[in-house]
Design a binder for this molecule. Structure first.
Ligand SMILES: CC(C)(COP(=O)(O)OP(=O)(O)OC[C@H]1O[C@@H](n2cnc3c(N)ncnc32)[C@H](O)[C@@H]1OP(=O)(O)O)[C@@H](O)C(=O)NCCC(=O)NCCS
Length: 185
């Protein structure tokens, strides 16, 4: 676990540092996510090591539009998108802490579920992490996620992945988030 890591929602004044250090998937996304956060649609969590941003996760209150998780579960199920940690810091618990921070925000809002997509074609090593933290296959079947972004060299990059949707049940009040996740039968 990295004790020196702090996780907090992105502030407008963080934008220059976040743009400079978190360049994976292009940098245009950061300002877009801040704007969505200002409208109350998302919380854009940034992991900091001192003055350096080293990871991020986007918590979207409306849930995952492409799988309609809240509609299928009949309850609020915010979605965690684009969990990412700088390569040099991977395996030290930063990703787990970003996910925990998202879970705590969702729990504080009274959401019974939280969910995320994980790549199965090609298989994502992140699935081990999600399962260890209590995320389970929601039973929605496969869906394809696709994104397009402009990289630092100005090249348009297209990204596509066949994914499963995983969900975790959150405790209704108080107490720490537990590993008791699993979708309804
Ligand atoms: C997934 C990711 C955010 C995890 O961050 P982290 O700080 O390393 O996470 P933690 O230290 O809390 O947990 C480590 C776990 O992540 C998973 N992991 C390890 N290497 C990984 C990698 N290269 N890519 C994805 N997940 C990985 C494993 O489950 C690992 O646990 P293990 O060592 O017991 O097998 C980070 O590896 C990453 O940014 N990967 C690239 C982006 C990505 O795959 N995002 C998820 C999209 S579904």
């Amino acid at each position: 676990m990295s004790d020196a890591i702090e996780i907090r929602p992105m502030a407008v004044t963080d934008l220059p540092l976040v743009r400079a250090h978190l360049t994976n998937g292009g940098t245009a996304k950061h300002a877009e996510r801040l704007a969505r956060q200002a409208r109350g649609e998302t919380v854009y969590l940034i992991a900091w090591q001192g003055a350096r941003p080293v990871g991020h996760a986007l918590l979207k209150w409306e849930g995952a539009a492409d799988v309609s998780a809240p509609q299928r579960l009949g309850a609020a199920c915010p979605d965690v998108e684009d969990l990412w940690v700088a390569e040099a810091l991977r395996g030290q618990g930063v990703g787990s802490r970003l996910l925990r921070a998202a879970e705590e925000l969702a729990q504080a809002r009274g959401c019974p579920w939280i969910g995320l997509s994980v790549g199965v074609v090609p298989p994502s090593p992140a699935r081990r992490l999600y399962e260890r933290l209590g995320y389970r296959d929601a039973g929605f079947g496969l869906h394809v996620e696709r994104d397009e972004y402009v990289d630092e060299a100005g090249e348009t990059r297209v990204w596509q992945e066949t994914c499963l949707y995983l969900v975790k049940a959150l405790p209704s009040s108080g107490g720490p988030v537990q590993e008791r996740g699993g979708p309804p039968a």
